[in-house]
Write a protein that binds this ligand. Structure first.
Ligand SMILES: NC(=O)c1ccc[n+]([C@@H]2O[C@H](COP(=O)([O-])OP(=O)(O)OC[C@H]3O[C@@H](n4cnc5c(N)ncnc54)[C@H](OP(=O)(O)O)[C@@H]3O)[C@@H](O)[C@H]2O)c1
Length: 284
């Protein structure tokens, strides 16, 4: 496993396992299997409704001696309604209690809406008191990230955003590098949209190395210096997705993949009025 050092010196695995859309009753098993497969970074969120079960999977892996807590890197996030400072502080403690952990390795503001400055005060305070090792944001545009990094004393360590072959965001990555904010990619496979897993260009690149489309995509992100989260409930795919550290894509293949960029989200535009209106349903 390759690691990345964040702007506050905290070291994290460059590839992680995400539990979005894993039903609560399947999450503990999935997290346990992922740790067994070698993943050390686990990403959940209050919104995913499986923080508790994520904690249970972690506990089982630790109890069985597969890993120690210190070897794991655990992330959670608060949503829009939890952004006011006092609610954010209580939500951080709630995440810890529900997951059965003394500290989290990373905690994120999930969306760029609500009282993000209030939430940030709560996150920085929890970081100072040792409850959170690293703190960051998610789904912030580069513009919002620049404002936020400039006006706060503590800059975000991470911005977790959509990055995949259809939405490559090279310019956004450059802006984040300028501010020392690490880009973390969600939905690296675009959840399979635009037939990602059968894309002939990606398949042909993979054939040269004896690797699958999924492995090519993850490796491409790793070589770009991006932290990546992949999700699968199937142990064989968990193993496939982590088996990407024994080959290197050539510059030519990196260029070929560049040609697939559609420069548009495979899901939705976070700033589109109808989308923001939908988000406003999560302010309470
Ligand atoms: N901050 C945010 O707003 C945000 C938003 C979305 C996601 N995330 C985070 O990012 C993580 C990853 O994103 P995601 O779960 O949305 O999507 P993703 O990782 O792009 O795609 C997951 C999908 O791909 C399938 N899959 C995984 N590996 C495969 C392989 N090797 N071959 C074929 N199919 C494969 C999975 O199916 P099976 O499970 O059936 O294998 C699942 O349907 C999430 O779990 C979450 O932690 C964050």
């Amino acid at each position: 496993m390759q690691n990345i050092t964040l702007n506050n010196g905290v070291v994290m695995p460059q590839l992680g396992f995400g539990v979005y859309q894993i039903p609560a009753e399947e999450t503990a098993e999935a997290v346990y299997q992922a740790i067994k497969a070698g993943y050390r970074s686990i990403d959940t969120a209050l919104l995913y409704r499986n923080e508790k079960e994520t904690g249970e999977g972690i506990k089982r892996a630790i109890d069985e001696g597969l890993v120690t807590r210190e070897e794991l890197f655990v992330t959670s996030k608060l949503f829009i309604g939890q952004t006011p400072e006092d609610i954010a502080a209580a939500t951080i403690q709630q995440s810890l209690d529900v997951m059965g952990l003394d500290y989290l390795d990373l905690y994120l503001i999930h969306q760029p809406y609500g009282d993000s400055y209030g939430a940030w005060r709560a996150l920085t305070s929890a970081q100072k008191s040792g409850k959170l090792r690293a703190i960051g944001v998610s789904n912030f545009s580069s513009a919002k990230m620049i404002e936020f990094a400039s006006l706060n004393d503590v800059k975000p360590q991470i911005n977790q955003i959509e990055v995949n072959p259809w939405y490559q965001r090279e310019e956004d990555q450059e802006w984040h590098e300028k501010y020392g904010v690490q880009v973390e990619a969600w939905a690296p496979f675009a959840e399979g949209r635009h037939d990602l897993f059968t894309n002939p260009v990606l398949a042909e690149v993979g054939q040269q190395y004896g690797k699958t489309v999924g492995q090519v995509v993850l490796r491409w992100l790793i070589q770009r210096g991006i932290v990546v989260l992949a999700k699968s409930v199937r142990p064989e795919r968990m193993a496939e997705n982590i088996d990407i550290f024994d080959f290197e894509l050539s510059e030519k293949d990196m260029e070929t993949i560049k040609g697939l960029d559609m420069d548009e989200s495979a899901f939705f535009d976070h700033a589109a009025p109808a989308q923001v209106e939908w988000f406003m349903g999560y302010t309470k």
